[in-house]
Write a protein that binds this ligand. Structure first.
Ligand SMILES: [Zn+2]
Ligand SMILES: [Zn+2]
Length: 362
């Protein structure tokens, strides 16, 4: 028997319903592809992740083209330039960022590192208004009308967002100073008082830290802090990438490359190392005067995380929001009620005035 003749283009398969032949879509929260026309569910054989495979960073950095990259069909939005992986089920898709229709003839090919793992969509698109409502309810200083009238526009899009993760072993030698507080009494007579002073001691040492899965979002359209704000990605539930899970959703192309991603990861690691050094120095205060870090065993991988993005209309203005399609956590733009804020300020001043008046009245 012949094996698959050639590698399939990533993300370009269509899955057809065995019953009626219609295009199937992944059904969030399940291991099924669903047919919207006849209702038939087709199971996906999920590959259990026994041990997460990490890729060797140095090898890829030197030899990018030859390693595990695949020709991938990409479609760019004519209006805003956002790039998504083209997938047949996306034929009638609109750009998730600016809602311009995507045009099939705009698709082109590019060699890309393939995502190793993904978290499948868990929340169904039709449930997003429920989460939006809860989010709006909890907003501070939101106009009352917003709470009653927030309506989802019909522009909801489910997008898989690419993210790099990095592992590394770090060994850091440092020298610094440890500050110990002591109290002493100064002055005399009426000016006699106790003050806290710090005595500094030279010190040096070594900290060794292992980093596991430092996450760096690689989206060109969603700011990294959006991905951090809707964080708590249950990465322990990731599955091996299977294009069936992508069916019916857009997959954004990574825009930040693996090298730039690594630079970001290193900034995150450096903060942790800094913190570890201060802990190692101990005392009441710390000064780091010099440090040198050796990084080894750098591993990385590309993963996909599921996000719904949409907008709601309020007083003729569009407000965008992003929803973690695993947990329902939302972040986004929002209107403020100037009346409520003004009231809060006045109430604050009044409370302060009352407090001062009470103090003086005693
Ligand atoms: Zn069907
Ligand atoms: Zn666009």
């Amino acid at each position: 028997m012949e094996k698959e003749i050639e590698e399939k283009r990533s993300g370009s398969e269509t899955y057809q319903c065995m019953n009626c032949g219609a295009a199937l879509k992944y059904k969030p929260g399940t291991n099924f592809l669903h047919c919207d026309y006849c209702g038939t569910d087709t199971p996906i054989q999920v590959k259990k992740v026994e041990e997460v495979q990490e890729l060797d960073f140095e090898k890829y950095a030197q030899n990018f083209e030859k390693l595990n990259t695949k020709a991938t069909k990409i479609i760019s939005c004519r209006k805003c330039g956002a790039e998504s992986t083209f997938n047949e089920s996306v034929k009638s898709a609109i750009c998730p960022y600016c809602t311009t229709p995507l045009i099939e003839s705009d698709a082109r090919e590019e060699r890309l590192i393939q995502p190793s793992y993904l978290l499948p969509f868990k929340i169904e698109g039709r449930d997003t208004p429920k989460y939006l409502k809860t989010w709006i309810k909890r907003l501070w200083f939101a106009p009352n009308k917003l709470k009653k009238q927030a309506l989802l526009t019909n522009q909801l899009q489910g997008v898989y967002i690419p993210c790099w993760t990095y592992d590394a072993q770090t060994e850091t030698d440092y020298s610094g100073q440890k500050g110990i507080n002591y109290t002493t009494t100064i002055g005399s007579g009426k000016n006699r008082r106790t003050v806290t002073r710090t005595r500094w001691y030279y010190c040096d040492g070594h900290v060794s830290l292992f980093f596991d899965d430092v996450m760096v979002p690689a989206s060109g359209m969603i700011a990294s802090d959006v991905m951090y704000k809707i964080n708590n990605w249950d990465t322990m539930n990731m599955v091996e990438t299977d294009n069936r899970f992508l069916s019916g959703f857009l997959t954004e192309k990574y825009v930040m490359n693996m090298n730039d991603g690594y630079k970001k990861a290193k900034q995150i690691m450096n903060q942790e190392i800094d913190y570890a050094i201060r802990k190692d120095i101990g005392g009441d205060h710390q000064r780091i005067t010099a440090q040198k870090t050796e990084v080894s065993e750098i591993k990385f991988k590309l993963i996909l995380l599921p996000v719904y993005m949409s907008a709601y209309l309020y007083k003729n203005k569009l407000y965008h929001f992003f929803l973690n399609a695993r947990t329902g956590r939302i972040t986004g733009d929002r209107p403020y009620s100037t009346a409520k804020i003004a009231f809060a300020i006045i109430a604050g001043i009044a409370a302060l005035a009352l407090f001062i008046w009470l103090l003086n009245a005693q």
